[in-house]
Design a protein around this ligand. Structure first.
Ligand SMILES: Cc1cc2nc3c(=O)[nH]c(=O)nc-3n(C[C@H](O)[C@H](O)[C@H](O)COP(=O)(O)O)c2cc1C
Length: 229
């Protein structure tokens, strides 16, 4: 199955099987991954469960710990590593982004972890996705946004909003109240990157990304970037 097909059947995997994984599959895929900004500095490490401080309600045999030196790269981190998650799912490896797991070895560039491992419980029917309607995530309903609608997000917050422009969309993220903001922190930028990666994977040839200086302010939202698909 292609990466594109995974979008419509994927779910966050929280049940893993034992089993070795050829980590070269990850390293090889990462050589082909598309970033939004080719200049960004980032890295990842593969850790085993005993190398991770895990506060999530489930555990996995392996974790990817993601690192970058600049908060401005968080959208890109979601964009890059969701492509890897779709790839892993296509080869029988389940994944779950985990805000509540971090490497035991401290590193100030640490951003977030992704749990992964072999699994037989990482798909579902499209009707089982719990998501906002298309008309809630855009100024008008547009079926081209279904891949973004189905994207995973921290606590399923789905913070994205797409405003049509003459040739694409301006993309916004929801402003949260102070309590939620503290909890969701940086994850919300990662969520936007994940949704954009689903739009990239489904529109590989036409996808374009830019950060504009002129955009409309929308109450309750913060402008992130603009895309063509
Ligand atoms: C940035 C981010 C952080 C997340 N953190 C956690 C977590 O700490 N624990 C957990 O069980 N799920 C976590 N998730 C998974 C979400 O809960 C899940 O994506 C969402 O509920 C939608 O469900 P689905 O991915 O199965 O479609 C996280 C997802 C994202 C994108």
């Amino acid at each position: 199955m292609t990466l594109k097909e995974q979008i419509y059947i994927r779910k966050s995997c929280r049940k893993y099987l034992d089993g070795e994984i050829d980590m070269n599959q990850i390293h090889d895929f990462m050589k082909t991954v598309k970033p939004l900004n080719s200049q960004i500095n980032y890295s990842y490490e593969i850790l085993t469960l005993d190398e991770v401080k895990n506060h999530a309600r489930f555990s996995a045999p392996y974790y990817l710990a993601l690192f970058t030196d600049n908060r401005e790269n968080y959208v890109d981190m979601g964009f890059i590593f969701q492509q890897l998650c779709l790839y892993l799912q296509s080869i029988g490896i389940g994944t779950c982004w985990v805000g509540l797991a971090s490497p035991k070895k401290k590193n100030s560039d640490f951003v977030i972890s992704i749990a992964f491992g072999k699994s037989d419980d990482m798909t579902r029917e499209k009707s089982k996705f719990k998501r906002k309607t298309l008309s809630k995530i855009s100024d008008f309903e547009d079926k081209r946004l279904v891949p973004a609608q189905l994207a995973p997000s921290s606590i399923n917050s789905q913070p994205w909003y797409f405003k049509h422009t003459s040739d694409g969309f301006d993309v916004y993220r929801a402003k949260h109240n102070i309590i939620k903001r503290r909890f969701i922190k940086k994850w919300n930028l990662i969520d936007i990157g994940i949704a954009l990666s689903h739009l990239y994977v489904t529109n590989e040839d036409s996808f374009e990304y830019e950060i504009k200086t002129d955009f409309e302010d929308i109450r309750g939202y913060i402008y992130v970037a603009s895309i063509k698909i």
